[in-house]
Write a protein that binds this ligand. Structure first.
Ligand SMILES: [Zn+2]
Length: 137
């Protein structure tokens, strides 16, 4: 169930790049009386870029949503298409669960990408990681 919709900048201006999981988990924003996690890795990923790394589709609306009494959370959409946080190097291939290894991707593209490593989607950040990595790509 959608509680409230927000323009992209309304939300992203409140998201801050945080280095520790502790801060991400505890930092909340008051939205219409709901206390909402704001600087999660997922939202920080959208702050890095609102654009799908594969097709270029841009997220254009945030929706505060809840499912049957669960804590409300912010989801990001391009119209009705969900935007997701993609792990550039999939977790299943040893990629780290951090911001450098995260990029925005629409759900249809993320489904197609699945757990493949696709060099064409690598960002500059990821090369810094790979330098320190024993990964055959
Ligand atoms: Zn896409």
């Amino acid at each position: 169930m959608v509680l409230v919709e927000f323009a992209v900048e309304e939300i992203l201006s409140e998201v801050h790049f945080r280095s520790t999981t502790y801060l991400q988990k505890n930092e909340k924003l008051d939205l219409y009386g709901y206390r909402v996690k704001i600087s999660t890795l997922r939202l920080q990923t959208f702050k890095k870029s609102i654009k799908c790394a594969r097709c270029g589709r841009k997220g254009n609306i945030f929706k505060l949503e809840t499912n049957s009494g669960e804590t409300p959370h912010l989801n990001f959409y391009h119209d009705e298409i969900p935007m997701t946080r993609d792990h550039i190097i999939p977790l299943s291939k040893g990629g780290p669960d951090n911001l450098a290894n995260s990029q925005a991707m629409c759900e249809p593209c993320n489904t197609l990408k699945a757990d493949k490593i696709q060099r064409q989607y690598f960002t500059k950040d990821i090369y810094k990681l790979i330098d320190n990595w024993d990964l055959d790509i």
